[in-house]
Design a protein around this ligand. Structure first.
Ligand code: IVH
Length: 674
């Protein structure tokens, strides 16, 4: 690259970044690690910073948002943005096809294009000379709002079209939506901060686009997918919807990877069933399938009825939201004593299954919803996410509907509950003498990534605790075949197997043991960091807050939980009992005693790697003396980032921590092994 000419360099960087975005968002085939994208992005930012004349509103660097607007300007749509008629079953769909055939005076069904109906917000994007000049909402179909500044922050929206034959002026229509994961993460953060949550991803997308401050929109995980053209040139315009989609793709506009041509009623039904099966596993909400007559000549002959075309229809899926009534609220106790309110519902069919429970998360959520018993509520179930109560229909409330009593004692054991100030969570104070906490702890202790006790399932744990066979974690190790035989569905063979897998689990690692203890906020990575820092249980038990804080991955909250855990007499007794029952692990010398080339460094591995798994990369690093951590902090020396790296990479950049990609990492390993 000719770096002597900032102008040439900036142009080349933009071209590269646009190419990589295109490969990522349109072709769904990324070719470079995110770290490389980010490196070029930063270089371009620097160049634009240094040379004011290089700045351009269509540069990939302009996705961060701009100064807030006073209000949105109004935009008139050159062609109205229409809506779609719905078909709720096969018969209604067949009538649509029959009507179209009759009007076209044909026997055979014309070819249709089927696409998922994305559940987001319709937008219009206007490109002039290949540049995005205006983005607007649908509004009433004739007039919408100018949301250009907001839409420019969305990475999958091209700011500049590419490829051959881009029209001088072209309006692209499509949907902007939020992924379910993005929506859940947003709500989770909002709930933690006591801020307003969104009811569903669609409202979240709408709310994010309605921001007058585009810098806020820039932080929301929005996605764009095109589904038709609005204003377009008449000349040399394709003659079918399918060809328009193909052109869009060539021009760098993302389209649905699921769009398909269907040429018979059977093929339509098959497509509907196939996508319905995929629905739960998709990353985003869809509420049906849109079928459109493919040929524009046929579309023109069919025309419109009022606000909807006769050449398209939306066949709807079962709704992901439904109205039902709250019969009661139960409080469930988890392994750490956290008490979660769960609404018992009149069973209701939602998102394709019958739902009779929904989580209420915590007490703040009950207050936010202003929920009372017997209230009519909207329940949402989408994908694998547990059903949630999203809102209360207050106008349908019975008079004198009972308020929800917050328990003052644990619903499982009689211990008092506590609510730490500033926290929304209610907790049982009994520790492992509470059967619910004990069951949860045994489940966690036995889980694969902890002590890995094969064959110790939910039902068995339930009985063991219920019958008093297990009153503490250490009791597991004194269980005999005779103890187990009386349990339901427990034969000689499974009892023997279970006893031997419990025995086998005695040999573990220090890291797994720490994780198995279930100290609050101490996940696998933190447990591993504590194990490699402290090496022995005595050291860990006696660690001061300063020593704990020096460990990668450990912040003040974790440090406090670790200190509290070891300050409890009951926990110290538990540790002694576990050690007395023969638990052992090899003592690995700390890396300080046995220096490797990376001793003293802390690494974080993130994103996808090709030559090895992340675990393998971490093992390699540890064998060279490095510590590995799961989160980036100022203590991190280097981040190894593969494609798909997200927040950790961002954090590394904020903290100006070194980032290397996989090829550079492999080169380093090579160099160190010489
Ligand atoms: S075509 C005249 N295709 O559904 C036809 N719409 O109920 C215009 N939608 O406002 C729409 N996915 O927001 C079309 N693949 C798709 C769609 C889709 C979602 C939305 C769109 C429209 C609404 C109509």
């Amino acid at each position: 690259m000719d770096q002597s000419e900032p102008h040439t360099e900036a142009a080349e960087l933009r071209e590269r970044l646009e190419q990589w975005s295109y490969e990522y968002y349109v072709l769904d085939a990324p070719t470079v690690p995110d770290a490389e994208y980010d490196r070029c992005f930063r270089r371009l930012q620097d160049l634009e910073e240094e040379h004011a004349e290089l700045r351009s509103e269509h540069s990939p660097t302009q996705r961060v948002g701009a100064e807030p607007l006073k209000q949105f300007a109004s935009v008139e749509h050159a062609m109205p943005m229409l809506s779609l008629d719905n078909a709720f079953d096969e018969d209604e769909f067949a009538s649509f096809v029959k009507r179209a055939c009759d009007r076209l005076d044909v026997e055979e069904m014309p070819e249709l294009i089927a696409e998922p109906k994305l559940d987001g917000i319709a937008v219009s994007l206007l490109f002039e000379a290949g540049l995005l000049v205006r983005a607007a909402t649908r509004g009433d179909g004739n007039r919408g709002e100018d949301i250009t500044a907001n839409v420019k922050t969305i990475s999958s929206v091209p700011l500049r079209l590419r490829g051959a034959g881009v029209p001088e002026r072209i309006e692209v229509r499509g949907e902007i939506y939020m992924s379910r994961e993005g929506f859940e993460a947003f709500n989770h953060r909002a709930r933690m901060k006591g801020e307003k949550t969104f009811v569903n991803p669609r409202n979240a997308a709408a709310g994010s686009l309605r921001q007058l401050d585009s810098r806020i929109t820039a932080t929301r995980p929005l996605v764009f997918c095109a589904y038709s053209a609005g204003e377009h040139p008449e000349e040399s315009w394709p003659d079918s919807h399918w060809s328009v989609l193909a052109e869009f793709k060539n021009w760098g506009i993302p389209i649905s990877p699921h769009a398909a041509r269907v040429a018979s009623l059977d093929a339509c039904h098959q497509y509907f069933d196939d996508i319905a099966k995929l629905r739960d596993s998709l990353a985003f909400d869809i509420d049906g399938i849109v079928y459109k007559v493919n040929e524009f000549s046929a579309q023109d002959r069919l025309g419109f009825v009022s606000r909807a075309p006769r050449w398209a229809i939306a066949r709807k899926f079962p709704a992901q939201e439904a109205i039902t009534r709250v019969q009661g609220v139960e409080f469930q106790v988890g392994r750490t004593g956290a008490i979660t309110p769960v609404a018992r519902l009149e069973p209701v069919f939602v998102g394709g299954v019958t739902v009779s429970n929904a989580t209420l998360h915590n007490l703040d959520e009950i207050a936010r919803l202003e929920l009372r018993l017997r209230d009519s509520v909207i329940v949402r179930r989408a994908g694998d996410v547990i059903p949630q109560v999203v809102s209360v229909l207050a106008d349908r409330r019975d008079e004198n509907s009972p308020v929800i009593e917050v328990p003052t004692t644990c619903p499982v054991c009689p211990a008092p509950v506590e609510r730490v100030s500033g926290e929304a969570t209610l907790r049982c104070t009994a520790g492992l003498t509470c059967p619910a906490q004990l069951k949860g702890s045994v489940r966690h202790f036995a889980s694969r990534r902890a002590m890995d006790i094969d064959g110790l399932g939910e039902k068995i744990i339930e009985q063991m605790v219920h019958q008093g066979l297990v009153r503490g974690l250490a009791d597991l190790f004194s269980l005999t075949v005779d103890d187990l035989l009386p349990l339901e569905r427990m034969g000689e063979k499974s009892a023997t197997n279970l006893v031997s897998s419990i025995a086998a689990s005695r040999e573990t690692t220090f890291a797994k043991f720490i994780y198995a203890l279930g100290i609050r906020e101490v996940g696998e990575a933190t447990a591993a960091a504590l194990a490699s820092e402290f090496v022995t249980l005595d050291n860990l038990r006696d660690a001061s807050v300063e020593q704990l804080l020096a460990v990668p991955d450990v912040g003040p909250v974790v440090a406090e939980h670790v200190l509290q855990f070891f300050a409890s007499d009951a926990n110290l007794e538990l540790l002694n009992a576990l050690l007395d029952s023969g638990l052992t692990w090899p003592v690995t010398p700390s890396s300080d005693d046995d220096p490797g080339p990376l001793t003293g460094q802390t690494w974080v591995v993130t994103g996808r790697l090709e030559a090895m798994s992340r675990d393998e990369a971490e093992a390699k690093l540890q064998s060279l003396g490095a510590r590995t951590a799961k989160s980036v902090s100022s203590k991190t020396s280097t981040v190894l980032a593969g494609p798909g790296a997200g927040s950790k990479l961002k954090r590394a950049e904020q903290l100006e921590v070194d980032v290397i990609d996989e090829p550079a990492f492999l080169a380093l390993l090579e160099q160190l092994s010489q």
